[in-house]
Design a protein around this ligand. Structure first.
Ligand SMILES: [Zn+2]
Length: 144
């Protein structure tokens, strides 16, 4: 009975999947462990896997970064907008893979704004849409 329950629990957890930011090749945990690795930082311990295309995981992540000076949370401040490729699928149950995340980092207030996306195309569209909103608010401030 316990073995049956353990087997059922094990089978309900999908395996972790990793995706290269550049060639979008997907690896299982076992396949990731078999990739060659290079030092993450020359003067520290730790290694990162290298994709078959030659890009290093963690270090060569695809990302978008923009900033705006705008009102956020009622405070005029600098806001950083980051969209990153997560490399690890963040949808841990059945459904579409989640490979991208967009977050806002205001300089003077807190934000829990977070959007997750399945594809790079979706991530780019949302990043540009949010940036346009932030910059329109800046324009409104300038006009006052
Ligand atoms: Zn690759």
């Amino acid at each position: 009975m316990a073995a049956r329950l353990a087997q059922k629990q094990k089978s309900s957890i999908p395996p972790s999947l990793w995706q290269c930011s550049h060639c979008e090749r997907v690896y299982s945990n076992d396949a990731m462990r078999k990739l060659p690795a290079v030092k993450a930082v020359e003067w520290q311990y730790g290694y990162v896997p290298v994709c078959k295309c030659g890009k290093r995981f963690y270090l060569d992540k695809w990302h978008l970064h923009d900033s705006a000076r705008t009102y956020f949370g009622g405070v005029l401040q600098n806001v950083e907008l980051n969209t990153v490729h997560l490399e690890l699928n963040h949808h841990f149950s059945a459904g579409p893979h989640i490979w991208y995340e967009t977050m806002l980092f205001p300089s003077r207030t807190y934000s829990d704004f977070r959007q997750r996306h399945s594809t790079r195309a979706e991530a780019v569209v949302e990043h540009q849409r949010i940036l346009a909103i932030l910059r329109r608010e800046l324009l409104g401030v300038d006009l006052l």
